[in-house]
Design a protein around this ligand. Structure first.
Ligand SMILES: [Mn+2]
Length: 432
């Protein structure tokens, strides 16, 4: 049976308790999961898909209820101030999200959540990484993503989509996919509401559904605006994004409470400011906040942190925490992060605005053993031109180092259109 038409808050509360009882009684579950960086895009993709799909599941669905899973422990939510900024508009709180903490612990997950009882739909990635990937990859039967296709999701995904296309935000692709269903649901809810209406004024049912829709639409819109810089970044913005923004904005403006007050640019600026407000976080949390890792075939491991502040900010942060001022504190923090994640190669990509107001990127690559050092060197050689790698002019002791089984470089990445979406495949390909 389809989930009843509900607010997002009501839906997530229902989904969370349904997951709990499914695990305790060995029932089937359908999980919609974003990538392990758990950025805003992943979070809104899984929620939008699960919310709309659960209210109108395909006839032969594995389960009628789709559960959105945020691919981090609950403690990670506080490292994402932009989540909190968006939640206010969607009338939800961190406790409403289903996170990895709501799944059985990794040591017993295979026994308590049997692979054959699960179906996984990937959004904002197309290969399930890490321990979940090892256990459940063969249970992935649907994907909507905007990263390079790694060819891991079967070609035939039955009733679920297999959509991998270029777009600024994956949420735009989700919006496009669920749009007919969402319109059908809103249309029938609105017309059944209208049937009860007395006179000319909008019925209560009507207003409630419009408000629910507007909450979810704002959640989705936030990601698209963040990923495309309010549709202004021409390297990232695609027609998918423009169309989705138009559609979601219409849904928002149908809501009587928002029609006169909603301002897209102000909305974008508030979320963007929240996202950049990482000052209160510890450096280790900043490194973890938007982090992804990959295992190469020979067991070597790569990790990349994307950070919305320049290296100088990170170094100051390390100095503050160590009450000293030397490159050592900063480098030690990076090293310990890499060690905690068992990395052979660690990379940091920063974004910031120059004094002249230009968008800029730094790229740090650090190899921790000889094999990884030759990997890093071939990356530097092969990608110098495409990424526009230029010697960095910051602190010399940070900028480069080699010998004693390690190798490190920092560059300005002058081809600023390339995000981790491009840099990660280049790093992975350089491995031999
Ligand atoms: Mn994305």
């Amino acid at each position: 049976m389809a989930a009843p038409r509900n607010s997002l808050r009501g839906f997530l509360t229902h989904a969370k308790s349904a997951l709990r009882s499914a695990i305790s009684s060995n029932q089937k579950v359908t999980l919609v999961i974003g990538n392990e960086s758990a950025d805003l895009d992943s979070m809104t993709c899984q929620i939008l898909y699960a919310y709309v799909r659960s209210m109108a599941p395909p006839k032969n669905a594995f389960t009628p209820l789709y559960l959105p899973v945020t691919n981090i422990p609950a403690s990670g939510i506080s490292m994402r101030p932009e989540f909190l900024a968006v939640f206010k508009h969607a009338n939800i709180e961190p406790a409403h999200l289903i996170t990895l903490d709501d799944l059985p612990a990794l040591s017993e997950i295979q026994a308590r959540l049997k692979p054959e009882n699960t179906k996984w739909i990937l959004v904002d990635h197309n290969a399930l990484q890490g321990q979940l990937g090892k256990i459940y990859s063969s249970r992935v039967q649907g994907v909507i993503d905007h990263h390079d296709d790694e060819g891991r999701v079967p070609k035939n995904t039955g009733d679920e989509p297999r959509i991998i296309e270029k777009s600024g935000s994956c949420t735009s692709l989700i919006t496009d996919y669920i749009r007919p269903t969402w319109d059908m649901l809103s249309g029938s809810a609105l017309s059944s509401g209208a049937a009860h209406a007395q006179g000319d004024s909008m019925s209560d049912d009507d207003a409630v559904v419009k408000q629910w829709d507007a909450s979810v639409a704002q959640l989705a819109l936030a990601s698209i605006l963040i990923d495309t810089s309010n549709l202004q970044d021409k390297n990232k913005t695609t027609d998918h994004d423009r169309k989705a923004v138009e559609y979601l904005e219409t849904k928002i403006l149908l809501c009587p409470q928002l029609v006169t007050s909603f301002d897209r640019t102000a909305f974008y600026e508030a979320i963007d400011a929240a996202k950049k407000d990482i000052g209160p976080l510890k450096l280790q949390d900043i490194l973890q906040k938007d982090y992804k890792e990959w295992d190469q075939d020979d067991g070597q491991k790569l990790g990349i942190s994307s950070i919305v502040k320049p290296i100088s900010f990170l170094k100051n942060k390390a100095d503050e925490e160590a009450s000293s001022s030397s490159p050592k504190a900063f480098l030690e923090q990076l090293q310990s992060f890499a060690k905690d994640h068992s990395l052979d190669l660690y990379s940091i990509m920063t974004t910031s605005t120059s004094q002249g107001g230009d968008f800029q990127r730094e790229l740090l690559v650090w190899a921790f053993n000889d094999k990884a050092a030759s990997w890093a060197r071939s990356f530097a050689e092969n990608s110098r031109e495409e990424l526009g790698l230029e010697d960095w002019d910051g602190d010399e002791d940070v900028a480069s180092s080699e010998g004693h089984g390690q190798w490190r470089r920092v560059w300005w990445q002058r081809q600023v259109q390339h995000s981790r979406k491009r840099v990660a495949p280049l790093l992975r390909q350089a491995h031999s």
